[in-house]
Design a protein around this ligand. Structure first.
Ligand SMILES: CC(=O)SCCNC(=O)CCNC(=O)[C@H](O)C(C)(C)COP(=O)(O)OP(=O)(O)OC[C@H]1O[C@@H](n2cnc3c(N)ncnc32)[C@H](O)[C@@H]1OP(=O)(O)O
Ligand SMILES: O=C([O-])CC(=O)C(=O)O
Length: 371
């Protein structure tokens, strides 16, 4: 038996949801560039769950279903108020809150296709309410009720601030949601599939996936990118700080990828948005620093930026707290996790690989007083 460290290059399942071939990312055969430029996040959710784009009435129905299911049980919101709030990372709060949603879903254990699809709608709808409510409760503010006539992207920004977001913010946020929605067998999606392949329930799959996304080698990198930008602080310090990190063999957050070699096709959209939004806010330095970091890391290590790199300065320009960057990733990616969970149930087999044993050979038990 031989093993591939980190399962690199191993094909672990078949999927009709998204693909990465020759550095091109598609959702159900639609190029990510096309979707980023034209699609609403709700259309992408439908596409991932049904493997086709919705007709107008189907899209309207999904939007209505999402709007109707955005409110979360009072008990879950009340629970936020019991947390040691200054210490709790919003991803930790989100992980617990999603697990709590399972407590209040009467159909949590119902494994029928209908009940599981309903859970998908509930989870997609409620995730943005949970993230925005936690963001407010920890500041001593009351959660804001969603508005049923707003898009998913607009509602998120509205529930966060209580103010109607500008069109340019909604456009940027919608694009970010589209770009983060699915990504083949990334670590969190694989985690979700492994979990539900035991025939565990949808909530368990999503909770497991949130845990996997949280790590800085995966979704947690976007917050770390902003931390690095803040630490550098100005364009003239980029050279020395990045050079020192590279000399110390530190990883530069937001660079590199297991699958892409030439580059992550999502990064250019986020780079463009970063340029536009930082200029609009009069904070060009975040974009200028990012460009300079990209030049150095790509030049010296041949590592292009991934989706997390420019999303940091985009979210910062939208006035979003830095520790909400990864929860926002989860709000989008839950659409992909749910698509993969439903696909796994539809053609399930337990996922159980092998480990190559490298420990000692056969040993004889020795009683404790003779060791
Ligand atoms: C949404 C997402 O999940 S996108 C990824 C988000 N994560 C990050 O941005 C964190 C920084 N990047 C990384 O840690 C990695 O590139 C990963 C986790 C994305 C991919 O990891 P792997 O495919 O396992 O690559 P691995 O970590 O083995 O790196 C291969 C080589 O490139 C180097 N390398 C990889 N990424 C980086 C980086 N960001 N900065 C500096 N060097 C890097 C490694 O040090 C290693 O060098 P070596 O062979 O001399 O030891
Ligand atoms: O695919 C991966 O390994 C990580 C990634 O870019 C994503 O999940 O969007």
């Amino acid at each position: 038996m031989s093993s591939a460290k980190g399962l690199e290059g191993i094909v672990a399942t078949q999927s009709a949801i998204s693909s990465i071939i020759d550095d091109t990312l598609t959702y159900v055969g639609y190029d990510i560039d096309d979707l980023a430029d034209h699609a609403s996040f709700e259309e992408v959710v439908y596409l991932l769950w049904h493997q086709r784009l919705p007709k107008a009435d189907e899209l309207a129905e999904l939007k209505q279903q999402l709007a109707d299911n955005m409110s979360v049980p009072e008990e879950v919101l009340a629970h936020f108020k019991t947390y040691p709030i200054e210490k709790v990372h919003p991803m930790t709060a989100l992980r617990t809150a999603v697990s709590m949603l399972g407590l209040y879903d009467e159909k949590a254990e119902d494994m029928s296709d209908e009940a599981n699809y309903l859970k998908a709608i509930q989870l997609q709808a409620k995730m943005s309410t949970l993230v925005t409510a936690f963001a407010r409760v920890r500041k001593g503010l009351e959660p804001i009720q969603p508005k049923s006539d707003l898009s998913y992207a607009a509602n998120f920004l509205y529930m966060l601030t209580g103010e109607m977001p500008e069109d340019i913010a909604v456009e940027a946020f919608n694009k970010a949601l589209v770009l983060h929605a699915d990504h083949e067998l990334n670590a969190s999606t694989f985690t979700a599939r492994v979990c539900v392949a035991t025939l565990s329930d949808v909530y368990s799959g999503v909770v497991a996936a949130i845990g996997a996304l949280k790590g800085p080698l995966h979704g947690g990198a976007n917050e770390q990118v902003m931390k690095m930008l803040m630490e550098i602080g100005s364009v003239d310090r980029v050279d020395s700080v990045i050079q020192e990190k590279l000399n110390n063999k530190e990883k530069i957050m937001g660079f590199g990828h297991r699958v892409y070699r030439k580059g992550d096709p999502r990064a250019k959209h986020l780079r463009e948005m970063s340029k536009k939004l930082t200029a609009l806010r009069g904070e060009e330095k975040w974009y200028e620093m990012s460009i300079k970091i990209e030049d150095i890391v790509t030049g010296q290590k041949n590592l292009p930026p991934n989706v997390d790199f420019y999303s940091a300065s985009v979210y910062h320009s939208l006035n979003i707290d830095h520790d909400l960057f990864t929860p926002i990733f989860a709000v989008s990616r839950v659409s992909g996790w749910l698509a993969h969970i439903l696909e796994q149930y539809a053609n399930n087999r337990l996922i159980r690989p092998r480990a190559e044993y490298i420990g000692p050979g056969m040993q004889k038990y020795v009683p404790v007083n003779e060791r």
